[in-house]
Write a protein that binds this ligand. Sequence first.
Ligand code: LLP
Length: 422
Amino acid sequence: MNLPGAPFLHRRGSDLWLEDTAVADLAAAYGTPLYAYSRGAMRAALEPYRMALAARPHLVCYAMKANSNLAVLQTFAALGCGFDIVSAGELRRVLAIGGDPARVVFSGVGKTRDEMRFALASGVRCFNVESESELHQLSDVARAERRRAPVSLRVNPDVDPKTHPYISTGLRGNKFGVAHDRAAALYRLAAELPGLEIAGIACHIGSQITDTAPYLEALDRLLDLVEAIDRDGLRLHHIDLGGGLGIRYRDETVPATADWLGAMLARIDTRGHGEREILVEPGRSLVGNAGILVTRALVLKPGAEHDFCIVDAAMNDLMRPALYDAWMGITPVAQRSDPPQLWDVVGPICESGDWLGRARELALREGDLLAVTSAGAYAMAMASNYNSRPRAAEVMVDGSAVHLVRERETVQSLYAGERTIG
Ligand code: LLP
């Protein structure tokens, strides 16, 4: 089976390569644990979005929560992308790379007034508003600044995206979005509030979605609303389809971006909305399979029930297994011909939840390097310093060029803001 991330992640003989760079050389030069990304894979993942949308007004807003490294942002900005942000911090990152705020949509259920002010002053493209209260707050903030804030309502269509409950967001019981049956009334309210200007409508039903059907169901409900709002005489300039398209971690069958987006756009056209600008907010599908986490086996520890391979990466570097019971691929950087055996690949953190993979068939010796695949999204972005572990370095491979795009943290930097007493 192909490695997730192929052809950018591939084998030459028994050795793992990322584009034209041997992964073992990256580990030797930068140490482990190490996040390594393929710039080519990111560009390639964007391509079907660009192709599918080329013939109509559109904006691909990379959901930077998936991986907000400046070099990643720079890569997408250079290809014309905007960004989906969820905090003032993310907006600062966009500004730090010289990104265009007019290509930014600001999502999130809990924006502070300071964040609203800052985003407004920066000139973001649209606020994706998620509650009635937020409409009022944003209008107040905008009025005080003598501006009008462009808004979309993020509608909760109440469809089941059939993904992990922690990353489902479009069900009635979730905290996200405004209820479908309240949306038309809230648009009328938005039209009356003096600090607001209606720009569009938005929807995002969850993440790691592997089926087009719930998307189409949500889209139909969204278009019903667009038509109702039209009948109220209000004009929605754009439709934001959100993100959430899944990737293959193991053996999932995931619709190709072109097929999924093609089906969505066909539905939009059939229902007569083809002239509207389309926004999308992909995160994982642009970067997930463009990255690996390289780690070294420290200790092989046969146990009573499981044999443990203790590696130098841990749940602080990669939360997904501990948090979502997620399966991430683990593959040796240099394959051995020894007979494989089953290993629980775990980190050194003092928690039994600190595992990266269970019962993995691997031929291993102490000191060997392993790569956790599909680690370009929600890996470094969710890393912590638990156990006073400095966050790992990040490198971006571009052909045979390697760029260190984030230095490994130092322990001193972890407590630099702390004070002893007296
Ligand atoms: N737009 C909005 C409003 C979102 O909340 C998200 C993700 C996205 C776009 C991008 O979704 P994507 O295309 O990446 O699926 N930490 C979890 C995923 C959390 C996703 C949160 N929202 C994980 O590791 O699976």
